[in-house]
Design a protein around this ligand. Sequence first.
Ligand code: RIB
Length: 275
Amino acid sequence: GLRTRRSHSVGVIVPDITNEFFAKIVRTLDIFFIKYNYSVLICDSNEDPELEERHIQDMFDKNVDGLIYVSGMEAISSLVKNPRVPVVFIDRSPKNAEFVVQSDNYQGGYLAGKELCEKGCTRPLLIRDYRMASTIQQRRRGFLDALAEYGKTCEGNFEITILPDYKSAKEKVAEFLGEKGCCFDGVFTTNDMMALGTIHALAEAGYNVPGQVMIVGFDNVSLSEFCNPPMTTVAQDTEQMALVAGEALLKLIRKEPIEQKEYVVPIHLEVRSTT
Ligand code: RIB
């Protein structure tokens, strides 16, 4: 038969494998591709652009048949410009991508803002990823639009920008509380790990959640349910995101047509005890 350089494997690259959001996507992709006899190479860039670049190069050297790129940042555009194999994007995405799967991030941000306002929040604080990826822009827009409907804003330094993890959120909120006291009564964080850090910083400073400050996270990782108090969050359907991306990559590898270039997965608000 024809000799091909392909390896019957696909690469998956994520920015933070310790975040359950990404771990769940990886698991579903692995189960999916194994069914089709593809092995899966998993790389974690630890949010480091150089490492990300290197992992991608490695996967090309190993002749992967396709790549699923989850929430990538830096290497994104060069990948789209020089596609050596088909690439499907999950979550954050560049323009001109062949195929993108993402949650309805605008609606997610909107529901978070509406929930806080309806439960009586008067001084909302937004804590978001400092990088303005498409997903974060949309969440922020949705959130601010909902606030505007209730006559509220985040103007006047009520928008904090940090790395999207537990530690950064905990430190930054502790610092904010130290400098300004508890001048806010509701927080939306653009992921759950940041919400968890916020809850812990508030608890350590002696503030009651949700009595003094309400919180809405984003993702619905299991920690959001197991933390104290269990957290209200915008749930992303990681399984559907991964399956849609897997199907699309298979089609691209087989050079089958894809009807649409973008797929938006619905989100829902999981109301628990922080609002
Ligand atoms: O928790 C990781 C976050 O980064 C998720 O919300 C995901 O959508 C990504 O943007």
